[in-house]
Ligand binder design. Structure first.
Ligand code: AMP
Length: 475
């Protein structure tokens, strides 16, 4: 069910809420939510000054006890939109008692991937650091022992991937009978990854008298069905047009024969260097094998590349991600699943080495750039065989993508003549025509906030190791 008041008018910015008449929008600050000073202090410490639109729209509803469906792209601040009110709501249970019985699981956040789980746990740990609430994260692929010890010790906020949580439930280490709040984060991805049976099993173990929040980048029919089954008259909060990409992302398609794609990436990065733009980029591939091969090939071409895909161990993934965040790696070659949930703020550029088979994945991919008010470039390298995939993406986004052609005489195919909005070919000596991507100011966007302290570039590595080990996040 849609609550009209919660649907953001596209002219409304961060911290502003639509009013029914022509009166100017009301500006909301974190203080307006009435959050406990312990939470406010932690929020201020993060440097957040104004709530993002998803936060401004969701937090009051969650505090009021409503179920909620949030359509929010990555990078909109959706984690704090559910974590902050959750902390507020369960704060009354906070206890400094050492007894595990005083620390049952009160809030459960389910995520599709370990990377997202870790990030949510990091945030939850930071936002609750001045309270006595305990936060922990459990996911598969690592030893159970440490997680078992944490769960036995007691934890109020648990972030988990579904499979591993079921393992802990099976061995009677995790008990969900006192869960009051359930969050399904990136629910669309959980369904894509086949987690529906696991989700059903888990949700059936949670008391019916609970509050359920579902976040998803897109509201597919399957997601709506899931919501119908498990949410009660939810408020719908949409801070981005459904199935739309952020306005801050400048998208471009280059028609390139498959065999020329790797070379095109090198040219793109060289052109970015010439323009004084960052070379840091995420390059998406469809297969693990393709991911590993491309990463190695780019390295041979002198590009500092690293691969992140499902065949890599958790330790390898962490090291690669840290190297990417520190700048030691400039091109992170990734598959969709492995890249899901990676928090790399202000990513300047995303390159699609191939188009994804599922058009919605394209939106997830390009959601890695143009986040939190910065501008970003999303470049898709498309060969003739991918034309149908491109059509699907354009249909989903309800717009034609800007196709920039390769120079005449190139061996690669071109779609320019078929495109009314393609740029005029420019004379360049490079075999791969490359138009400069503007680095101008971000367009006004309703779904993006512009944090003052954020800079374009790479953020330093976060102290994620404790969380990666499933560690408790406390002061
Ligand atoms: P998320 O969409 O939850 O992954 O958040 C994206 C990024 O925005 C994270 O790095 C957050 O730390 C940051 N963020 C969340 N809320 C705010 C806010 N109100 N102001 C500035 N940055 C924020």
């Amino acid at each position: 069910m849609t609550n009209i008041a919660t649907e953001i008018n596209s002219s409304i910015g961060a911290g502003e809420v639509a009013t029914p008449s022509d009166t100017p929008p009301i500006t909301i600050t974190f203080a307006d939510f009435g959050l406990d000073p312990q939470i406010q202090k932690a929020v201020s410490e993060q440097g957040y000054t104004t709530p993002t639109p998803i936060q401004a729209q969701s937090i009051p509803h969650v505090l009021a006890g409503s179920d909620l469906m949030g359509a929010a792209q990555t990078g909109t601040g959706k984690t704090a939109a559910f974590v902050l009110p959750i902390i507020q709501k369960i704060l009354r249970h906070a206890s400094n008692s050492a007894s595990p019985a005083r620390h049952p699981i009160r809030a459960l956040v389910l995520t599709p991937t370990r990377e997202l789980a870790v990030q949510v746990a990091e945030n939850a740990g930071s936002y609750s650091k001045y309270t006595d609430l305990r936060t922990a994260v459990v996911y598969g692929g690592v030893d159970m022992k440490e997680q078992v010890a944490l769960l036995r010790n007691g934890v109020e906020i648990l972030i988990a991937t579904p499979g591993r949580l079921l393992d802990h439930i099976g061995s009677k280490v995790a008990n969900l009978s006192q869960v009051e709040l359930l969050v399904l984060d990136e629910a669309d991805r959980m369904l894509d990854m086949g987690f529906l049976p696991d989700l059903q099993r888990i949700i059936n173990l949670i008391p019916a008298q609970r509050q359920t929040l579902l976040f998803s980048a897109t509201f597919s029919p399957e997601i709506k069905k899931l919501a119908q089954s498990y949410l009660r008259t939810p408020v719908t909060v949409e801070v981005a047009r459904q199935n739309a990409a952020a306005d801050t992302v400048k998208q471009v398609v280059h028609m390139v024969a498959s065999a020329d794609k790797q070379r095109a990436i090198v040219k793109v990065l060289e052109a970015r260097t010439r323009q004084g733009l960052s070379r840091q980029c995420i390059i998406f591939t469809n297969s693990r094998l393709g991911c590993a091969k491309l990463s190695r090939a780019l390295e041979r071409d002198g590009i500092k590349a690293g691969a992140i895909h499902g065949d890599k161990s958790q330790g390898e993934r962490t090291l690669t991600l840290e190297a990417f965040k520190s700048g030691a790696i400039e091109a992170l070659v990734a598959t969709d699943v492995a890249a899901r949930g990676l928090d790399i703020p202000d990513m300047p550029c995303v390159i699609n080495h191939e188009l994804p088979y599922n058009a919605e994945d394209f939106i997830h991919r390009i959601g890695r750039t143009g986040r939190a008010g910065s501008t970003g470039d999303a470049i898709a390298l498309v060969d003739a065989s991918e034309k149908r995939l491109l059509d699907d993406i354009e249909k989903l986004m309800k717009r034609k993508l800007d196709v920039k052609t390769l120079p005449e005489g190139s061996s690669s195919s071109s779609r320019a003549s078929a495109s009314s909005n393609s740029a005029a070919p420019a004379k360049m000596s490079d075999p791969f025509f490359y138009m400069p991507y503007e680095s101008g100011a971000a367009p006004k966007s309703a779904d993006i906030t512009k944090p003052e302290e954020k800079k374009v570039g790479i953020v330093p590595a976060k102290p994620a190791v404790g969380a990666l080990l499933g560690g408790l996040k406390k002061k």
